[in-house]
Design a protein around this ligand. Structure first.
Ligand code: EPU
Length: 419
């Protein structure tokens, strides 16, 4: 298995172009199942999770073509099966996003139940309950969600917990249901809004995406369209923290500053000078050591759980003591244990990590356990003395496009070695 080798100690400087958002691309590709004509999706990031979603659609008989610019054309008219097998769902939980579209458009879906996950239990009960409220007949059989419906009908549904993919599944299903669906306590993430805009471009009637109440008036059919995916705010945030942790200066281009408010606020608290333009953000530490920050993760627009690990890395070398509280996933602290092996001073109490910044981390062999944990280990390695080797980096390829190239461009000494 490939490894990443990183020699720490370089203050990163320069510009980096942000790719399309993974967590918008995945629901948008699933939503292509709803269209009765070909759809073209652009600004798609070249990532393992995107390849998995394409494979999933392909297995169903959907025709998918990808050009050299990662523009993807999806035509669901050739579909043969309405089935998401365990072997794909177990590698990518976001496969659950085909459940709503398959059921709404074809009246049936057999989707494997996602199993355990490195960051928490992550059940899908709200996805299922919402579809049942819309008239679906759903049974769990042999590890599969077997869903059937003549035609879904609109419903008023209160999501018991704010869930991103749950909101997306229900919004997609409601787009082709009869009558009005009102989703209360909906997720407000920019990726939910991007999916809503994509559905609207296909002819859906949706109001309120981006607020906690989304109103969907079902239509008879959705048509093909062309759509450009929004930039990845988590990738952008990760590079901004790289600038801060190495006391450097990094500008992320092709970003949406408005989606990064909570992250930018914390970078400023850490002592960074932050400048923004229409589609860029720049962080400049002017050679200073960052200050510790307190973080509490919560649904958008609060601080994202997907940036928690990166700020934990920042706190390990910051001046002072910082507390990190993870409220979304119960087991998202595996990176803390690896960072301790690099000399970080971290105390864990349930969902709280208390991190006392040290002057320097030292290189150590470490292991990535999930996507954002991997990113945080790269950040820690960038500031550690010596050569850090990170194993199991397939996690990083699920969510960060061309990560070594992008970091090399900023001056980092990073390379991939075949294992
Ligand atoms: N939850 C339930 N029941 C459900 C659904 C969710 O109890 O039916 C709980 C979860 O267990 C969790 C909370 O609700 O405690 C929120 O989870 P959510 O459903 O919002 O997570 P998700 O939709 O599975 C998406 C992103 C994650 C990101 C979370 C939170 C995609 C494809 N994935 O996951 O991204 O961390 O929202 O913002 O959009 C990543 O990119 O690294 C990643 C893990």
């Amino acid at each position: 298995m490939d490894k990443l080798q990183i020699h720490g100690g370089v203050a990163l400087e320069g510009d980096v172009r942000i790719s399309g958002a993974k967590n918008a691309t995945l629901p948008i590709l699933a939503a292509c199942l709803l269209a009765d004509g070909p759809v073209i999706v652009s600004n798609v990031p070249h990532l393992q999770d995107v390849t998995t979603m394409i494979e999933l659609l392909g297995r169903m008989g959907v025709s998918v073509t990808v050009d050299e610019k990662m523009r993807i054309e999806v035509d669901a008219s050739t579909i043969r099966e309405h089935f998401a097998p365990y072997e794909l769902v177990k590698t990518m939980r976001a496969s659950i996003l085909v459940l709503g579209p398959l059921l709404a458009r074809f009246g049936q879906a057999d989707v494997s139940l996602p199993g355990g996950c490195a960051i928490g239990a992550r059940p899908v009960n709200i996805h299922v309950a919402g579809l049942q409220a819309m008239g679906a007949d759903i049974h769990i059989e042999n590890g599969y969600i077997k869903a059937r419906a003549e035609r879904l009908h609109g419903a008023r549904f209160v999501l018991e917990t704010v869930t991103v993919t749950g909101t997306e599944n229900l919004m997609m299903a409601a787009a082709l249901a009869t009558g009005r669906t009102v989703l209360e306590n909906a997720a407000r993430e920019p990726e939910v809004v991007d999916l809503a805009q994509f559905l609207i471009a296909m002819g859906a009637k949706i109001q309120g995406a981006g607020s906690d109440t989304i109103i969907i008036d079902g239509v008879e059919r959705l048509h093909g369209t062309s759509y450009e995916v929004l930039p990845d705010r988590i990738e952008a945030g990760t590079y901004l923290v790289a600038g801060a942790i190495t006391s450097g200066r990094i500008r992320v281009k092709n970003a949406r500053p408005g989606h990064l408010d909570a992250v930018i606020g914390k970078l400023q608290e850490a002592g960074a000078d932050v400048a923004t333009g229409e589609n860029w953000v720049e962080v400049d530490m002017r050679g200073r050591r960052p200050r510790s920050v307190d973080i509490r993760t919560a649904p958008y627009p609060a601080f994202p759980t997907d940036m928690q690990a990166q700020f934990a890395a920042l706190n390990t070398v910051a001046d002072g003591v910082g507390t990190i509280i993870e409220t979304i996933f119960e087991n998202r602290f595996m990176h803390m244990l690896e960072m301790r092996r690099m000399g970080a001073e971290i105390r864990l109490e349930g969902n709280t990590a208390i991190i006392k910044g040290v002057e320097r981390l030292t290189a150590a062999p470490v292991m990535a356990t999930d996507l954002r944990a991997s990113a945080s280990l790269i950040l820690a390695a960038l500031i550690a003395d010596g050569r850090t080797e990170i194993e199991r980096i397939y996690h990083i390829d699920r969510g960060y496009e061309a990560i070594e190239e992008k970091f090399q461009q900023l001056g980092a000494r990073i390379r991939r070695t075949p294992g």
